[in-house]
Design a binder for this molecule. Structure first.
Ligand code: 13P
Ligand code: SF4
Length: 326
């Protein structure tokens, strides 16, 4: 059980959802609970899920690395991944014999869309012998062409674990630049970007500092460099949550997808959250109703072709062996 799981038990649904909405969602949550028992299913939810899912339906919550670990460790027969498609694929790669469902198969990711397996093969030809480190925000086919995966919480540790002078880092150019700023290892970049985080600007953050003089700024490393330069802390989604609990700032802005602030605010009532609202349209495709329907119909099963899954799994397992460093 993670620090996040222990904390969320003290947050009740009526702390985060107004009465009028609770009347509507509680029967759906009851259905989901019954279906979970019937199917021996577990709901894993990413930190960007809305509070009704995060506090109402999820059994386990976390960032991409935590979700990958939880998926690898669960005893459930069915995993419902309340997150985007690459997260569900990673859960399937870790559990080829389990049923993995995604409530909406159209929940994609601009980073995963930015690169193909053929692109990785061309990069290998261009930089012979240079290992390929691939962010988990990619398809299984891209992972299968990679030496090792990483997430935003362990990217520096993964890059340094290889013991090489250079790595090819795919596909997020901003995360890659941030990694390069934290290590002596040379980083060859691809041109991908997160459509949500690339919209933040340093100017916007300087505006927050001017308006709220004691504000603390914490940012996800998918943000552009001028944003990260303004930040007091840079880390994964769970790294940011843990930072708020450890530092207990009076005011904070979390420079990331905005649903997360609603979840963290419920656990940190003494902190005022200034909220720029950049939503991830892919994450927001996941709803309580779709979680229920996926369990009723056992539909939107994630299938990964076995030879691709085996090669992708090797890259994911190498990452899991390295561990986290926020
Ligand atoms: P985390 O691994 O930090 O949760 O990030 C996943 C993601 O998609 C952020 O946009
Ligand atoms: Fe992908 Fe960005 Fe959405 Fe995360 S926030 S899932 S990186 S598009």
């Amino acid at each position: 059980m993670t620090a996040t799981d222990i904390r969320v038990r003290s947050v009740r649904l009526d702390d985060v959802i107004p009465d009028v909405e609770r009347v509507i969602i509680e029967p759906i949550i009851e259905d989901i609970e019954g279906l979970k028992r019937e199917r021996n299913a577990v709901v894993l939810a990413h930190n960007y899920m809305t509070p009704d899912i995060f506090y109402g339906a999820a059994d386990l919550r976390g960032d991409s690395l935590q979700l990958a670990r939880m998926a690898a460790e669960t005893d459930a027969d069915v995993i419902v991944l309340a997150g985007v498609h690459f997260m569900a694929e990673t859960a399937k790669i870790a559990n080829p014999d389990k049923t993995v469902l995604i409530p909406d198969p159209a929940a994609g990711c601009s980073l995963a869309e930015s690169i193909t397996a053929a692109d990785v093969r061309l990069l290998r030809e261009r930089y012979p012998g240079v290992p390929v480190v691939t962010y988990v925000n990619t398809s299984a086919a891209v992972k299968a062409e990679s030496d090792i995966c990483c997430t935003s919480s362990n990217a520096v540790a993964v890059v340094e674990s290889l013991g090489t002078e250079r790595v090819i880092f795919l596909p997020d150019r901003y995360l890659g630049r941030w990694v390069a700023s934290q290590t002596d290892v040379g980083v060859i970049l691809w041109h991908g970007a997160c459509e949500v985080h690339e919209r933040f600007t340093g100017e916007e953050l300087r505006g927050y500092r001017a308006s709220y003089p004691d504000i603390r700024i914490i940012a996800h490393p998918e943000c552009p460099p001028d944003v990260l330069d303004e930040a007091d802390f840079v880390g994964s989604t769970s790294g940011m949550i843990d930072w708020v609990h450890a530092e207990a700032p009076r005011q904070v802005v979390m420079v990331t997808e905005c649903s997360m602030a609603s979840n963290v605010a419920a656990e940190a009532p003494a902190t005022r959250f200034v909220r720029p609202c950049n939503l991830c349209p892919h994450m927001k495709r996941i709803t309580l109703e779709k979680i229920r329907d996926s369990l009723v119909n056992m539909h939107h099963e994630v299938i990964v072709e076995p030879t691709i899954a085996a090669r992708a799994r090797a890259a994911v397992d190498r990452m899991l062996a390295v561990g986290a460093s926020r």
